[in-house]
Design a protein around this ligand. Sequence first.
Ligand code: PYC
Length: 335
Amino acid sequence: MSIHRFDCIDAHTCGNPVRLVKTGGPELKGSNMAEKRQHFIKEYDWIRRGLMFEPRGHDMMSGSILYPPMDSNNDIGILFIETSGCLPMCGHGTIGSVTIALEEDIITPKVPGQIRLETPAGLVEIEYRLTENKKVEWVKLTNVKSYLAASELTIASTALGELEFDVAYGGNFYAIFDTQPNFSGLQDFSASELIRFSQEIREKINLKYPDRFIHPEDNTIRNVSHIMWSGDTLSQEATARNAVFYGDKAIDRSPCGTGTSARMAQWHAKGRLSIGETFVHESFIGSKFEGRVEQETTLLGETAIKPSIKGWARIYGHNTITIDEDDPYAYGFQV
Ligand code: PYC
């Protein structure tokens, strides 16, 4: 029986956790982070389960492992680990991991103020600003190409009735539910109600629309993984508010980076958001990301956007975690 040791640094991005695994991550095979992600899923998923699920983690737990870049023009590669699996891209995870990596001297960017990050979903370009005492004030990421994949689809919710939704990609596929006759807005529901609605709806969407949502350049990125609910904003500076469901029981405490990208792609496609316009997205708990459509582009001939997201993170702990094979809950559990 072995004991596996992981030195982790814990932080949160606008309220949502990020556990960066500094040592103990496995060596992975592959010529890019998408291939390395597949290798991790096949052989090392026990690490994700052990570090993300209870008793070492919780429903919202999310983290990352850093790798040397495969292209020498880039600074670092990243693998996202979460209760929901290994996401192709995670916005709050990127902002938290970059903050940790800079403040803890884990990386030295080739060009100060900029980081070229290899993610499983593609290259993400980052800008950041340090304060005088070398803390990261903010991180801005320019995300992978994002697009509206479908609009005005319908699904039946047992609790709410017939609902209309759009699907957009921002590094993961999101089913977006705007307010409508059968859904008055997230402000009228508790987190546990939204979780219950989302669990049923996500399963039904992927059954009703099988193989409909597949990334045109990477068929390992498929299906609706996240549900976004809209509602009234809490503060006047916010353009919109969301509650994003992920994993089996999580509502994102941050405004969700890939979700904000997906939503900006949806709004841009529907003529509600212009290039360069600021989009302040507010989370379930009221924290905010500043988003922007940086440019219009194409993805295999279809219209897409390059969105950017700006947010902040704070480190709150240094944590040596062990997974003892002799522990009945070595690989975590879910209730
Ligand atoms: O920020 O992209 C994000 C994210 C995905 C799941 C939770 N947060």
